[in-house]
Design a protein around this ligand. Structure first.
Ligand SMILES: C[S@@+](CC[C@H](N)C(=O)[O-])C[C@H]1O[C@@H](n2cnc3c(N)ncnc32)[C@H](O)[C@@H]1O
Length: 231
């Protein structure tokens, strides 16, 4: 049986809480990705691996019409509570085609910290290209390859499937390490055009709540985020 990459049960509950206030998600990844999104009013957006719905609610509050898809029923129930009927949410395994979506039916897609969990990334990218309209955009973030290198050691160029211990080793997150070259090559091979790449650093607001994390994340990157266009 395939090792679970979606965050089920207690791991889902843990991530939902973590994503709310953590220096990584709340102060670093999300602000950077939402900046890359720009004006989303009236845009139809697919949130791919929407987790506890943090992006869905932020994008809906900015006037977007959002569909969130997620493989964990636990996280989807957190998302339902957060979003409170202001977006469509679907249980969906990202290893499967996006059969629910028509061709060219979205203006944009957000895929935050999900891509490195997926095995059949070529299929997912092909499907994202299919469901985005020509000129549509895709935002994607992953763990920075150098952060994985620092944490797991070995070769920077490793493509190992790894288990990152969280909550003091009580849980682990299963994902594939990859060098920057692999990440960008897969996106470009799927026919997307790179518009912008950022190595997000935390916003100034983090300094007031966790100065040590603020300093640490300003010295060593934890994520890489890109904005791509579907030609
Ligand atoms: C680090 S979380 C990011 C969640 C959300 N995008 C955010 O930034 O708050 C990774 C998410 O990918 C989801 N995921 C991983 N593998 C999946 C799969 N095969 N199908 C659907 N969702 C999956 C997990 O359940 C989890 O919600």
């Amino acid at each position: 049986m395939r090792k679970a990459t979606a965050y089920h049960g207690a791991l889902g509950d843990l991530f939902a809480k973590h994503a709310d206030t953590s220096p990584y998600n709340a102060y670093t990844d999300r602000p950077a990705m939402l900046r890359l999104a720009g004006d989303v009013s009236d845009a139809r957006i697919l949130d791919v691996g929407c987790g506890a719905g943090h992006y869905v609610s932020e994008l809906a509050a900015r006037g977007a019409q959002v569909v969130g898809i997620e493989g964990s029923a636990t996280l989807l129930s957190h998302a339902r509570t957060r979003v409170n009927g202001h977006a469509e949410l679907l249980l969906h395994d990202l290893e499967e085609p996006l059969d629910f979506a028509a061709d060219a039916s979205f203006d944009g897609a957000v895929c935050a910290l999900v891509f490195h969990h997926i095995k059949n990334r070529e299929q997912l990218l092909g499907e994202l290209r299919r469901v985005l309209r020509p000129g549509g955009w895709l935002l994607m973030s992953i763990t920075h390859p150098t952060a994985d290198w620092r944490h797991f050691g070995g070769s920077y160029f490793s493509h190992d499937w790894s288990d990152l211990a969280v909550a003091g080793g009580e849980h682990s997150i299963h994902y594939q390490r990859m060098p920057l070259e692999t990440f960008l090559s897969e996106l470009l091979a799927a026919g997307f055009v790179l518009e912008q790449l950022v190595e997000p650093r935390p916003t100034a607001a983090l300094r007031k709540v966790d100065e040590a994390a603020y300093e640490r994340l300003h010295q060593a990157p934890c994520f890489v985020a890109v904005r791509l266009r579907r030609p």
